[in-house]
Write a protein that binds this ligand. Sequence first.
Ligand SMILES: Cc1cc2nc3c(=O)[nH]c(=O)nc-3n(C[C@H](O)[C@H](O)[C@H](O)COP(=O)(O)OP(=O)(O)OC[C@H]3O[C@@H](n4cnc5c(N)ncnc54)[C@H](O)[C@@H]3O)c2cc1C
Length: 493
Amino acid sequence: MSAKKVCIIGAGLGGLSAAISLRQSGYDVEVFEKNARIGGKLNVLKARGYTFDLGPSILTLPHLFERLFERSGRAMRDYIPIRPLRPHWRNFFENGQVVDLYPEPDRMAEEARKVGEDPASVQRFLRYSAGLYDLVNAGHFEQGIDTFRESTRFYGLWAFPKFDLFRTMHGGVKRFLRTRQMQDIFDYFVKYVGSSAYHSPAFMNCLPTIQFRHDLWYVDGGLYGIAAGLQRLMDEIGIPVRLESEVAEVRKQEGRVAGLVTKDGQYHPADIIVSNMEVIPAYERLLGEGKEFMRTLDRFEPACSGLVLELGLDCQYPQLAHHNFFYSERQREHFHTVFRRRELPPDPTIYLVAASRTDPTVAPPGCDGLKILPHIPYIDDAHPLSREDYLAFKERVVDKLERMGLRDLRKHVVFEHCWTPLDIREQYYSNRGSIYGVVTDRFRNLAFKAPKQSTRYPNLFFVGGSVNPGGGMPMVVLCGQNVAKKVVAWDRG
Ligand SMILES: Cc1cc2nc3c(=O)[nH]c(=O)nc-3n(C[C@H](O)[C@H](O)[C@H](O)COP(=O)(O)OP(=O)(O)OC[C@H]3O[C@@H](n4cnc5c(N)ncnc54)[C@H](O)[C@@H]3O)c2cc1C
């Protein structure tokens, strides 16, 4: 009997992970990608001797990527060269204080003392974080839990107090850490899911353990090396990818999906379809679902978007580490402005990557290439922002960086590239320009994203940041593996 045909819409990391996992389970897999290269938001820009990661720049939980190689009898190190970074993050505050994050307790203790935080409190917080990570990892991550009911079945009601459900993420941080600097830093781990520490549930404090226990990694030559490594693996195990092949429609027949139509009008029949296009745009644009059904998806509000600014400089700022954060004076206000009022923050917290600090291949000698990423609201049609609004905001970001130590930054720019949420939506068809899929919000969805199997068409599945467990590279890679298990269980069940 010939293998069943699975068509995958989108070659983001979730789509690639699902493709590899399904191929390894014996399916005939084909991937359709609208852009000219694979990787989705894992993207790269090379110009004038600089290499910039246009998307992710922090690799965590590499063991989840490793599984894709192991299942084909290969080792990831032969495909993707990675190494841990020190410090993990460098944190700059308006009062001039600078604090580094290290996973080693003795080095971390020194950093805590710099701002008057008791090192023992940091370790107590990290133990609390580790407990939450073990809890969330056992069910939500590894079992691929999709609904509250599945969660109750797996954990049992007795386990719920362990999730610290009555606190926000910030509330959990504040229980242990006294200084504003340490609170701001650990609140900002919510960056990994593009949400707000004041509106996410406390169990999101599992995030620091991802870094403190499993380390923070870099891919030599830039993070696009992950996509290149996966491409090689796919070539070896026989997964064709059609680039510049936008899917325009998913055809339905008798309550199932039957195949897809690409923009050039060609029909491709499929037994199973996996969409790496986000859930809301896929139902709306490819399946033409009506308003009533679309309203049931309202709780899957987008995570934040970002202003993605790349600057090639003719000098280096030696005070920068590889990963840097420049904090808002009032981070609570920053979160409220972005996530509740959905306005551009007057004083944002800014993430800045200077990969040239540890990798000399990504910038000309003696020069830094910077990627700058403040989180900003997703596109809200009720309060539209123009390109000019975003560009005015960009100037505020550069002003803040100049004020906080990158003196004369503007004068040293020899190359500039900037993407607004409008560009991000256009590039990846992400819902309203979101960069991490669905938001994590304790009242809107208690961190649940959409389920991996369609509630309408049993042979339609979803993968990526808009479904559980949500955004971030390792999570979508895990999602691809879990969606493959779901497909197999449904198909052979
Ligand atoms: C600026 C930025 C910084 C980030 N930083 C980090 C970080 O440091 N660490 C981290 O872990 N994560 C980070 N993330 C998040 C991470 O990149 C994403 O969560 C993850 O890569 C998303 O993968 P995905 O599978 O959901 O799909 P996506 O990457 O969104 O890919 C979806 C793919 O589907 C294609 N597609 C959509 N519609 C169609 C269609 N109709 N037909 C054909 N193809 C279609 C798109 O072109 C795209 O290639 C960052 C993201 C951004 C944008």
